[in-house]
Every structure is written in C-alpha cells, then in structure tokens.
Design a binder for this molecule. Structure first.
Ligand code: NAI
Ligand code: MG
Length: 362
C-alpha cells in the first residue's frame, strides 16, 4: 500500500529542520525506490497567523488520516501572551489528545563521538542506550477532581488527583514490553507503590501482564526516587523504563541530559491501534522552536532527522533505512563535524544545511 506522511513544520527552527527531512524522503524515493505520499500543514504560530487558530479541523483530519505525523516545533515571542487555547502549544496538545497518543517514547542514546559532551564521566555514559516510555494522557496532569479551592478561613488549597485504570496501565506497559523485545529485552517499571495507591496498582498490573504475555522479557521494578538516582549513577543498567506521566516527565528530561545536547534527541508518541492494527503516531524532536537561533541556518537537524528515523522504524517497518540514517549520523559525528550546540574544541563548526548535506551523502 502507499505510505502517507503529514509534515507539520511549525515555527522558528521547525521549518529549517523539517526541510532536511524532506531531502531524506526524496533520497529514499530516488535511491531506494521507497515512495511516500507527503502532505504539509500549518501548526502553532504559523497557523495562528494564516488561519486564526493553532490547528485547524482540516489539518487535524489530515493528521488522523496519515500513517504518521512529523512535527517540528511551535512557539515564539510573537505569540506569547495569547489566551490558553490560542497559544501555539495548544495545537500540539490538541493533536496529542485527538490522536489519543498515550505513550511517549524518548530514547537517550549516547553517540560515541559525543561521549565528552555529557555532563557525566565518559565511563558512565559510554554506550548508553536507554528508552523511556512515559504514559502521556493520564495520571496527575489530567486527574479529577482538580482545582484551587477557597476554604473560607483565609486558606486556599490546590488539588490534583492521580488516577490510573488497569486498561491505561496495560496499554502503555504493552508498548514497553514490545519495544524491549526489539532491543535489550529488559523492562524496568517505575512508580512509588510504597506511598501511592496508583503506584501499587501499577506494579501489580505490570506484573500480571508480564506473567500472562511477556514472560520472555526480563522485568524489574524500581521506586521513582531510586530510579532518578540510578540514572546518574549507573545508567547502563537500563534498557526500557516504563513509568507514569509525572515521573516520566522528570526522568526523561534527566536522561536527556546524560546525552549532552537537546539538538540530538528525537521522540515518538504512539496511540492505540485501529481496526487494521495500524497505530496513530506523531514524531518530533524534544527541542522547541529555538527563537534565539531561528533563521540563521544554525539549528542542529539531527533530532528532527532521528525523529524521522523513529517513524521509519515504528510506523513503516523500514528498519534498514532507519539503520542507515542512524549510522550516517554516527559516522558524520566521528569526522568531527559539529553544529554550534554540540561544538567541542578542535572540531569543525558547520551550519544546519551542511550537516544535513553531509549526513545525506554519508
Ligand atoms: P528550545 O528547545 O526551543 O531552546 C532551548 C535552547 O536550546 C536554546 O538556546 C536553543 O537555541 C537551543 N536549541 C534547541 N534546539 C536546538 C537545535 N536543534 N539546535 C541547536 N540548538 C538548539 O526551548 P525554549 O527556549 O525553552 O523554548 C523556545 C520556544 O519553543 C518557546 O516558545 C516554547 O514554548 C517552545 N517549545 C516548543 C516545544 C514543542 O514544540 N514541542 C517544546 C519546547 C518548547
Ligand atoms: Mg518536561
């Protein structure tokens, strides 16, 4: 069948890095005979300016129809101070909600040429390759009741509630087990079951699912505070970490810093499979629109290109093309070529386009 992609470049450096994705797609068609139907749409500030809202219904329908969505980044000073539903970020939040993207995958992988860019000792991060699977649509960020209440005695209280159902735990844990089978075959499930009921249920349900369907995968459990410590002490012990929305938010940022630059980090957000077994999916770099360097051909395109790599793998089963892309990135970094965010003494500074050219040639 045909493969369809919707590209949503967004704002700031979003369009600059997305342009490089287009070139890899063209290369696959030319050199490997792999064709995609590619559409492009507006999101974020660009959509506010042209269409009056951060994401139109028409663009949303295209996103639902596509096999995968590639998202650049949104936001910038021009649109700061608009109401909540009119902020550029509202476009991304609406996409996540409407596509029901409940699992956020954030790989933290250290390329050997960048071992020195980490804030940790080279011995600790060399060869690091951890995948954090974060539950994205449930938990304390969305639980009811919530709000700020007036207690009438001069006091107020802020309330948030953490709720997880069996089904929510199973679907995200399933993704972690499936991923582990294609990697190091280890899952570490992280919660605070010692003090949280939702964490206790999380541990029980992950254990039950493991016993029933994934006995071949090695499963361990860890409390979230201990995991946060182990990530900087001995991150090499982890393969796949699966955790809730709140802990995943923090642990994935922590893991990201093990690798050095935000310009290197891709991500995937996956939804439920439809009747044909096809999952909704959105792929995006972890970084934002970087207004401080936008328009200057300075952005590192690698996070965006590796996000395409994740799409090739998880939405299209094009593992060879994903491997080729990752290997090309690895090789180019080894030659000493660096965008300014990953610049190191003695290396050669280059622009967005030269970095992408070189990766493409490689
Ligand atoms: P940011 O990630 O855009 O930038 C943080 C720092 O990292 C900046 O100094 C930037 O120049 C640098 N940086 C980021 N990506 C880079 C790349 N590919 N190559 C080289 N350097 C890079 O985060 P910040 O500054 O907090 O937010 C800027 C705007 O982006 C805001 O409007 C924010 O709301 C938005 N944002 C959007 C996100 C999204 O679309 N998913 C995520 C995070 C922020
Ligand atoms: Mg965060």
């Amino acid at each position: 069948g045909t493969r369809s992609l919707l590209l949503l470049p967004g704002d700031g450096i979003g369009p600059e890095v997305m342009r490089q994705v287009r070139r890899y797609i063209d290369w696959m068609a030319r050199k490997r005979g792999i064709e995609f139907t590619v559409e492009e749409g507006l999101v974020g500030g660009a959509a506010i300016d042209a269409q009056g809202v951060p994401l139109t219904d028409a663009t949303l329908e295209k996103a639902k129809a596509a096999d995968a969505v590639l998202f650049g980044a949104v936001g910038g000073p021009k649109w700061d101070g608009l109401g909540f539903d009119m902020r550029p970020e509202a476009g991304l939040l609406r996409l996540r909600k409407e596509l029901d993207l409940f699992a956020n995958l954030r790989p933290a992988k250290v390329f050997d040429a960048l071992v020195d860019a980490s804030s940790l000792k080279p011995d600790i991060v060399r060869g690091l390759d951890v995948m954090i699977v974060r539950e994205l649509t449930g938990g304390i960020y969305f639980g009811e009741p919530r709000g700020i209440e007036d207690l009438g005695n001069g006091q107020r209280r802020g309330v948030n509630t953490q709720v997880y159902t069996t089904a929510e735990i199973h679907r995200v844990a399933r993704i972690a087990f499936e991923l582990a089978r294609k990697r190091g075959n280890k899952v570490c499930s992280v919660e605070k079951g010692n003090v949280m009921e939702s964490g206790l249920l999380w541990r029980q349900e992950v254990t039950a699912l493991h016993r029933a369907e994934y006995g071949d995968v090695e499963l361990s459990h860890m409390l979230a505070d201990a995991c946060s410590m182990q990530l900087v002490r001995n991150p090499g012990q982890f393969d796949v970490i699966v955790t809730d929305n709140l802990f995943g938010d923090m642990l994935s940022d922590e893991a990201a810093m093990l690798t050095g630059s935000i310009g290197m980090l891709p991500s995937a957000s996956l939804g439920a499979p439809d009747a044909d077994g096809k999952r909704r999916a959105l792929y995006e770099p972890v970084h934002g629109s970087a207004p401080d360097i936008a328009g200057r051909d300075m952005a590192n395109p690698i996070a965006m290109l590796l996000s395409l790599g994740m799409a090739l793998r998880w939405s299209f089963d094009l593992h060879t093309e994903a491997d080729m892309l990752e290997q090309a990135v690895q090789n180019v970094l080894r030659t000493g070529m660096r965008t300014s965010d990953i610049m190191q003494p003695g290396m050669a500074r280059c622009s967005t386009s030269v970095m992408a050219d070189t990766i493409l040639r490689e």
